[in-house]
Design a protein around this ligand. Structure first.
Ligand SMILES: Cc1ncc(COP(=O)(O)O)c(C=O)c1O
Length: 365
């Protein structure tokens, strides 16, 4: 990053190209395009498909609002589907039931890094010609039947926001197997110009061939990305170790269950975090539990604090009730996510287990 600042090129430089090449090699992707954020990449995919008012896209209820917003930006309607209560991933049966004459695409989220059963999603999408987009914000390193997430549908987008597996401060990566799609996204992330700076024969001479956004990644972000990506294998190994140790320790405790995010032979997760779902008796004490954990030095989060259709914007626009999407709601209103990041080790996991045990016994009185 210091080299970038001391140099002459802050945008459209070699580091973005290098980061794209490195990421493509890491994921085994034929095409990788750096973008300003995961949200920007998701939006570009739907924008490129040309959807708008009257169209529908199936999205999970249990996700970050970005997944739904990316559809909403186009004027199309996000159609929410509830999740599998054991994993939090979108329920393929719910997807099949939600497909209608206006459906143009399906967006899946590999929730907490666990790959969705993509064979089932593709079997629903393929006969109807639906576009399948993978929101891979939490799934770098995750594979389904040996294939990296993002390459199982038509396109996938990763996030490098700070709390993710690796970061560029803000940033994202769009990957696809389709050369024509990659070429269009390359233009649409940069105003729709036919050639960017560096590709121009004469400085300042270019044409605009389509509508596009300013959704680029800059050289500083890419410099960070190149270095972070080099460490991904180590990061993931540590996350896996941490997760499995924490899962083992928490599995013995009464009053909670651990969301199944690790995967198995077919679907290998990327261990974003460990989410414990509290039982009925403990659920009313969640805030207290979180506070007690915080006092013990254990940071927590919730993925995600409400199902997206329960967020005011969507609830008011589409009229969803409190009791809609019960499985997503059970996770949102009854879970606590614990960290397994590479800054932590086995002793930290043991400390977290002891802390959870202690905090539960205190809230139970
Ligand atoms: C599932 C999911 N999708 C999309 C996003 C948005 O990513 P970004 O902040 O890179 O736009 C996030 C979180 O930040 C996320 O958790």
């Amino acid at each position: 990053m210091a080299e970038v600042l001391e140099g002459t090129t802050l945008v459209h430089g070699p580091r973005v190209k290098r980061f794209e090449a490195d990421f493509a090699a890491y994921a085994g992707a034929p095409h990788a395009l750096a973008v300003g954020s995961c949200t920007a990449g998701l939006h570009l995919a739907w924008f490129d498909l040309g959807i708008g008012p009257g169209d529908e896209v199936i999205v999970p209820a249990q996700t970050h609002t970005a997944t739904a917003h990316a559809v909403e930006y186009t004027g199309a309607r996000p159609v929410f589907v509830d999740c599998d209560p054991q994993t939090g991933n979108i329920d393929p049966e719910g997807v099949a039931a939600a497909v209608g004459p206006r459906t143009r695409g399906i967006c899946v989220v590999h929730y907490l890094g666990l790959p969705v059963d993509m064979d089932r999603i593709n079997a629903i999408a393929a006969p109807r010609g639906l576009f399948v987009l993978e929101d891979c914000a939490l799934s770098i390193g995750a594979k389904y039947k040996g294939v990296h997430t993002g390459l199982l549908g038509d396109a996938g987008v990763f996030s490098f926001y700070p709390v993710k597996h690796m970061t560029t401060a803000e940033g994202g990566m769009f990957i696809t197997r389709h050369a024509d799609l990659a070429e269009r996204i390359g233009k649409k992330r940069a105003f729709g110009v036919d050639r960017v700076v560096g590709e121009r024969k004469q400085p300042g001479v270019y044409d605009v061939v389509c509508l596009g956004y300013n959704y680029r990644m800059n050289e500083l972000e890419a410099a960070l990305g190149v270095e972070q990506l080099r460490r991904m294998d180590g990061f993931l190994a540590r996350r896996r170790e941490n997760y499995l140790r924490l899962e083992l320790g928490l599995g013995r405790l009464e009053g909670l269950r651990v969301l199944a995010s690790a995967g198995g032979d077919e679907a290998q997760g990327s261990f974003y975090c460990l989410s414990m779902v509290l039982d009925e008796a403990l659920r009313p004490h969640r805030a207290d539990l979180v506070e007690k954990l915080s006092a013990l030095g254990v940071g927590t989060s919730v993925y995600y604090p409400r199902p997206v259709p329960h967020m005011s914007y969507y609830r008011e626009k589409y009229g969803f009730g409190e009791d809609s999407f019960p499985h997503a709601a059970a996770i949102s209103y009854g879970s606590v996510a614990l960290p397994v990041g590479p800054h932590l080790g086995p002793e930290d996991m043991d400390y977290i287990v002891d802390s959870v045990k202690h905090a539960i016994s205190e809230v139970r009185g």
